[in-house]
Design a protein around this ligand. Structure first.
Ligand code: AMP
Length: 437
């Protein structure tokens, strides 16, 4: 039997409905905040991620699924190197959404000089070659926003506010959400801070893991969230970014916090929150659900250098992404059914001689936007009623010889068992009214 790839999932039934609800809630909420939908390709040139996310990050070095066309594959194996490939031949499945959206903003000049910011939201599958475990998949789904062109700290605060409102609307108990924030500094203050952390790691090399020593050269800040508990313990004593911020970054961060206070959003400051991607500057944030054991359900931050890294003019930006699968697990743990009630349906039951009348009635109901089912297996009337119950039908429309002769249908309420006869011409409007009541 063919099997799905390890670390991937099929979305169907309630799980699929939950994903649809996640995107529906996002569309309504983000629209109110002025974000337009965007869909960028799942495949991008590797360079889009190398420039944006950073060559030294785990995501780019180890976790990206690389793609070459079948025609080039054998050649690639034979040569044992990709050095001969052109940039457009080196592709990857997107490991996150921001780099592609920012690439699109540059390519289509979505933030013209002196123009208004671009406010975009997306929903789709992301791919990372990770070791699959609970809440960590190789193909997972994110919903996110990117606000490109806004430097005001109010944009940072509004991103956090809309993120927390999103979680509230999905059904989370807000008191279980833990929002952590930090400022990672910018091009002025971060290089010196990175250097200080690098020196600290090298000074403590005998106490830290191989990965962290490697990180010292490439991406020292990542040592703060090493999976190794001993490394994290050692890093407790490392220099903290809050001491290293330049005046502009300190002012910006202070203003973000004032806006969050004003909006009544509780947060915890953690100077060790660094997040895994190189493009972040200044504000970063992450949300966890207490007791859920699934890690962060969402996070984001400011990326004022990213447009330039993708070949555009220097343009500030900020955004976040949330992960569907972890949200689903965390909501389940809180006893919240994310898919909500099924929409139910109307069932049209008929005898063989009235099949044509049932066919017309079914079409009329569907054309009125009512989810309608009927029998397509030649079952008895009794079996059709059973099937209607299994499908959760709220109303059953019965078409027997007497009804059809009189030009009416019997409309049966499956909960109250109340029955009325309705002229066939008024069937759809009558049923719609009942369902609306
Ligand atoms: P990141 O892009 O790493 O900041 O991730 C944003 C959100 O996506 C996280 O908070 C998670 O909810 C989700 N996420 C990231 N990686 C995975 C993964 N491998 N499997 C499932 N969800 C993930």
């Amino acid at each position: 039997m063919a099997q799905r790839v390890q670390g991937t999932e099929d979305l169907y039934g309630d799980y699929m409905r939950a994903w649809q609800r996640m995107t529906d809630v996002a569309r309504e909420l983000f629209d109110a905040y002025g974000f337009d939908a965007i869909e960028t390709p799942t495949l991008e040139q590797v360079d889009t991620f190398v420039h944006g996310i950073g060559e030294s990050t785990d995501v780019v070095r180890k976790e990206m699924f690389r793609v070459v066309s079948g025609a080039l594959f054998d050649d690639l194996l034979a040569r044992g190197s990709e050095a001969h490939l052109k940039p457009r031949q080196r592709m990857a499945m997107r490991p996150e959404g921001t780099a592609g959206v920012v690439r699109a903003a540059v390519e289509h000049n979505l933030v013209p000089q002196g123009g208004a910011p671009a406010k975009l939201w997306y929903a789709g599958a992301m791919f990372r070659g990770e070791r699959p475990q609970r809440g960590r998949l190789r193909q997972f789904h994110q919903v996110g926003v990117e606000w490109i062109g806004a430097s005001d700290p109010a944009a940072d605060a509004e991103c956090v506010i809309v993120l927390m409102e999103y979680f509230r609307r999905l059904g989370f108990d807000s008191s279980t959400l833990r929002l952590t924030i930090n400022s990672m500094g910018d091009g002025t203050c971060r290089p010196a801070y990175r250097e200080a952390v690098r020196r600290f790691i090298l000074d403590h090399a005998d106490e830290m893991c191989e990965d962290c020593i490697e990180r010292a050269a490439l991406n020292p800040l990542r040592a703060f969230d090493c999976k190794n508990a001993r490394c994290r313990e050692v890093m407790e004593a490392a220099p903290k970014v809050d001491q290293a911020l330049c005046d502009d970054c300190r002012l910006h961060y202070g203003q973000v916090k004032r806006y969050l206070d004003e909006a009544g959003i509780p947060y915890v400051e953690d100077p060790r929150l660094v997040r895994g991607l190189d493009y972040y500057t200044r504000t970063v944030f992450e949300v966890e659900v207490e007791g859920s054991g699934v890690g962060a359900i969402g996070g984001g931050g400011r990326y004022d250098g990213l447009m330039e890294l993708e070949g555009g003019r220097p343009t500030p930006g900020i955004g976040f992404a949330v992960g569907f699968e972890r949200i689903y697990l965390a909501l389940q743990a809180q006893g919240v059914a994310m898919a909500g009630e099924g929409s139910g349906c109307v069932y049209v039951a008929s005898m063989p001689d009235q099949r044509a009348a049932a066919f017309s009635a079914t079409l009329a109901l569907r054309n009125a936007g009512i989810r309608t089912e009927a029998d397509y297996q030649g079952r008895s009337l009794k079996a059709q009623f059973k099937q209607a119950n299994r499908l959760g039908a709220r109303i059953c429309v019965v078409l027997g010889p007497d009804e059809v002769a009189a030009g009416v249908a019997t409309v049966r309420d499956m909960t109250s068992h109340e029955q009325v006869q309705v002229p066939l011409a008024e069937l759809a409007s009558h049923v719609a009214e009942r369902l609306g009541a």
